[in-house]
Design a protein around this ligand. Structure first.
Ligand SMILES: [Zn+2]
Length: 541
């Protein structure tokens, strides 16, 4: 699956190279082709041992890029073929030479004495070209089994292919078969079945990669493609969205080519209902809200905030960790990989992963993909305290999270609370209350919770605390050793009691620390029960 070109050699020297569209000679791209190592500048005629060589020799073949070399470019180009074509048509040979392009010859147009197509491949090699020899088959069933064998090997080949070409091997017979339209009858492309499916786009999300590249991802109605279920497909970039004219709600064709992330390749506009929604590509980063940037000549918007990608990764890693959602098998390395592949960028994305999203990835097989998806689904139910801790709010540790859960009972109540009310909670001082309040004020954080609930995360309410101090009034006096006075008051409230500042007949307990003041005398006079710090803490457990 490369880019077809034709090469002309005069007296053995490469003189002209041109693009070939539909069998016609196209643009002259000689200078760029000269930068490709596997295109010989001089033919090795000497090895052929032929005395009467023609002045001019024409060789055809394809310029392509190997899959591993394409990795570096995949953010900007849809596939290696587009990149190879774009590079060859570059006006600046320096750009072309910087790209690791290769050439495979498949046809020798000039008569150098070959009687068979297979001999062409032989001669091309002797001339100094790289060429895939293929296989000479003696009957059609052999052709089919060769095609099957290559289809099986397809993923492991260094380059992308979309099928096998079948040539009539006898050149004389090839000529006699003639031409139908523009294509010779003696040659046929035997394509592999495309890995395609039709489904609906439920939403479009943008994800920020490690380099800050912002990629739009179509969230699909789960669909089976080539034997696995997928739930998302890349839309590459803003230009691609414009080119496809894709809208949310559209019915589309998705394709899973080889081991790359599935892509939306076509919109079936005739199936529109009129309720489809335009997708507006954001101008600010969905992770850190920084204004996105895009150089004019590029297609990809980027978040210029260097700490953005790293921060997001750290948060996702924390989110899946033992102390938070505790998802088995979703360690930092896997998180990195999923972020790199644009499969996750927000915590909610984790819960939408399907086996088919994971199987194409390195390190994943069907079994491990299934295990991870199961492990994720198992953790969808989470106790409120753990959920609060998982949000990663500054100054909110496990202990504080438990207290918040006990007091508020639901994430909704916590979201709506005031700074003043927060300060009632044990462990929560002014700074912590401020931090919690601020966290819940942020639209992005509200959406984070909303999205988690939307994908089916269930937050379990805390078990009721025994309100062991219900109805009891406490007065504190003197200094306490292991707990501050305000913390002690909070504990009393949390357990249903009332802290009071002055002793009266209504006082049930006086908690006396060291160096108690006049309150102790008054309590004694009124017959109020006096307890020490240790006794109090025992009651307030
Ligand atoms: Zn950002």
């Amino acid at each position: 699956d490369g880019f077809g070109i034709s090469l002309i050699y005069q007296d053995g020297i490469f003189v002209t190279g041109s693009t070939r569209g539909n069998g016609r000679i196209g643009e002259d791209v000689t200078q760029n082709l000269k930068t490709i190592e596997s295109i010989p500048l001089r033919l090795r005629f000497d090895l052929l041992g032929r005395s009467n060589l023609p002045d001019s020799v024409e060789v055809r073949g394809e310029v392509f890029m190997e899959k591993k070399d394409f990795e570096k470019f995949k953010e900007k180009y849809a596939n290696p073929r587009n990149l190879a074509a774009g590079s060859i048509r570059q006006l600046d040979p320096k750009v072309a030479s910087a790209r690791p392009l290769k050439f495979l010859a498949y046809d020798l147009v000039t008569d150098l004495g070959q009687k068979k197509h297979s001999q062409k491949h032989q001669i091309l090699k002797e001339l100094g070209f790289k060429s895939e020899a293929g296989k000479v088959c003696s009957k059609l069933s052999e052709v089919v089994s060769y095609w099957r064998a290559i289809a099986k090997k397809r993923e492991t080949l260094p380059y992308q292919i979309d099928g096998v070409v079948i040539n009539v091997n006898d050149n004389a017979f090839f000529q006699r078969l003639g031409v139908a339209g523009k294509s010779p009858r003696g040659v046929r492309a035997f394509k592999f079945s495309p890995k395609q499916a039709t489904t609906k786009i439920q939403d479009v999300k943008v994800q920020v990669g490690r380099t800050g590249a912002v990629t739009p991802i179509a969230i699909l109605q789960p669909v089976e493609v080539g034997g696995v279920t997928i739930s998302r497909a890349t839309l590459h970039n803003e230009d691609e969205i414009k080119r496809l004219q894709v809208k949310i709600g559209d019915t589309v064709i998705v394709e899973r080519a080889g081991d790359v992330i599935p892509a939306v390749t076509k919109v079936l506009k005739e199936l529109r209902s009129g309720r489809e929604k335009e997708f507006k590509f954001p101008r600010t980063c969905p992770v850190c809200s920084t204004n996105l940037q895009k150089p004019k000549e590029e297609a990809v918007w980027r978040c210029p905030n260097l700490s953005c990608g790293a921060r997001k990764r750290e948060f996702l890693q924390y989110f899946a960790s033992k102390k938070a959602f505790d998802i088995d098998g979703l360690g930092p390395k896997i998180i990195d990989q999923l972020v790199d592949e644009n499969l996750i960028s927000q915590p909610a994305d984790i819960f939408e992963l399907k086996e088919g999203d994971l199987i194409p990835l390195e390190r994943f097989a069907e079994k491990s993909a299934k295990n991870l998806v199961e492990a994720i689904q198992k953790r969808k139910k989470i106790p409120l305290a753990r959920f609060i801790y998982t949000l990663g709010i500054r100054h909110v540790g496990e202990e504080t999270a438990i207290n918040l859960a006990q007091y508020f009972g639901s994430i909704n109540n916590l979201e709506k609370t005031t700074k003043e009310e927060l300060e009632v909670i044990p462990d929560v001082g002014g700074k912590v209350a401020q931090s919690i309040h601020q966290w819940f004020q942020s639209k992005r954080n509200q959406k984070l919770i909303e999205d988690l609930l939307k994908v089916g995360v269930k937050i379990l309410p805390p078990e009721k605390v025994a309100r062991t101090l219900a109805g009891k009034t406490f007065v504190l006096t003197g200094s306490l050793e292991s707990i501050t006075r305000s913390e002690a008051q909070k504990k009393i409230r949390l357990l249903g009691g009332h802290p009071s500042s002055s002793v009266s007949k209504e006082t049930d307990y006086l908690v006396a620390g060291s160096e108690p003041g006049s309150k102790l005398d008054k309590a004694k006079k009124l017959g109020v029960k006096i307890i020490n710090e240790k006794e109090f803490l025992g009651m307030a457990k």
